[in-house]
Ligand binder design. Structure first.
Ligand code: UFG
Length: 335
């Protein structure tokens, strides 16, 4: 039996998970990553001190072995599928993986009296917000199965708190972007559907022209507005959420964003500025399920966790993504 300060990180080989694991390891915290490597990358775990266990969060026998061996003080749960479009065509895949499988994890946590949980939630739980910026008390009415699969787990966590004292922090991410400051780890989805990497891939020649999904939105330039939050800032919020729970903090849910809205056209302009290249663009129709604007009010995260985004300049965030994508330092895992 080890000291009771080890943290279990599910999905720690994924994009946001791996940046968080790296930050926690740098803070000398002991980490065990559980990842099935379906979308995660073994190479994204760069610290020798981190143990990677390849397996499923739904495998109770494996979970019991891990909990018996490590006596985890907290769990950070990233493992999930996150393709909104796929969630519409294959909802059961999302409800199984994002909502049902974590039940096994929670059951084993209850068995072992592990009562601290940090959860990767999403701004997609709000659906089409009534007002901007979005505060945590606004109505959650997701418009796709992905958002619903995450919202249901938020509800389950609240019920577990009521029933057996599970304290959780639900972190509702806005649009994650960028890479680690040294370019050693970064975003590597396959397939890649997210705007910033997709635009950069049009420049590296890995993909054709970028289609702008809709130019007739009720926004200043007609394209969708999002809040692009740097992945290193997201990682920092997880470290702060752990500290909050370890000092006895009650269950909370907070938005993680910059509070700054950036349109699709502004992202493309920032990428052209950073790379000095012209992005090949096709003007397309709206993508189903895209709200016109999603911008966080991040003040509650500051109040409760002492967190705020440090990287609010979209040019710098795009530069960070380009450093990774262009492979000028280390390149992507699959490149
Ligand atoms: N977009 C394009 N062309 C593209 C890709 C995206 O115009 O090729 C536009 C989208 O329409 C959207 C914006 O760029 O307006 C950002 O799109 P992303 O696909 O990068 O991200 P989303 O805003 O769709 O992110 C959503 C939720 C997140 C969730 C994520 C899951 O807002 O909470 O999907 O991957 F986590």
């Amino acid at each position: 039996m080890e000291m009771a300060d080890t943290i279990l990180v599910t999905g720690g080989a994924g994009y946001i998970g791996s940046h968080t694991v790296r930050m926690l390891a740098a803070q000398q915290r002991k980490i065990v990553v559980l990842d099935n490597l379906v979308y995660g990358h073994r190479e994204a775990i760069v610290d020798d001190s981190v143990e990677l266990v390849v397996g499923s969060i739904g495998d109770k026998q494996l979970l019991r072995e891990l909990f018996a061996r490590h006596s985890f003080s907290a769990v950070i749960h990233f493992a999930a599928f996150a393709y909104v479009g796929e969630s519409v065509t294959d909802p059961l895949k999302y409800y199984r993986n994002n909502t049902a499988e974590p039940l096994a994890l929670l059951e084993v946590m209850q068995e072992f009296a592990c009562k601290s949980f940090v959860f990767s939630s999403t701004c997609a739980t709000y659906g089409v917000p009534e007002q901007m910026p979005i505060t945590e008390s606004m109505r959650q009415a997701p418009i796709n199965p992905y958002g619903r699969s995450k919202l249901m787990l938020e509800w389950i966590l609240a019920d577990c708190d009521h029933a057996w004292g599970l304290r959780s922090v639900c972190l509702r991410y806005f649009n994650a972007s960028g890479c680690s400051s040294d370019g050693l780890i970064g975003e590597d989805h396959n397939p890649e559907t997210h705007l910033i990497p997709r635009v950069l891939m049009a420049l590296t020649g890995e993909a054709g022209p970028v289609e702008i999904f809709g130019t007739d939105y009720p926004t200043p330039d007609g394209t969708c507005i999002r809040d692009y939050i740097h992945v290193v800032d997201l990682a920092d919020a997880h470290a702060k959420a752990l500290d909050y729970l370890s000092t006895g903090g009650a269950s909370q849910r907070v938005n993680l964003g910059t509070g700054v809205g950036v349109s699709v056209k502004e992202i493309i302009a920032a990428i052209e500025k950073v790379t000095g290249q012209t992005v090949p663009v096709v003007l397309g129709n709206r993508r189903a399920g895209d709200p016109a604007a999603l911008v966080a009010d991040p003040s509650l995260a500051h109040q409760i966790l002492g967190w705020k985004a440090d990287h609010c300049d979209i040019t710098e965030t795009v530069r960070s993504a380009w450093m990774w994508m262009s492979g000028s330092k280390h390149g992507r895992y699959s490149a």
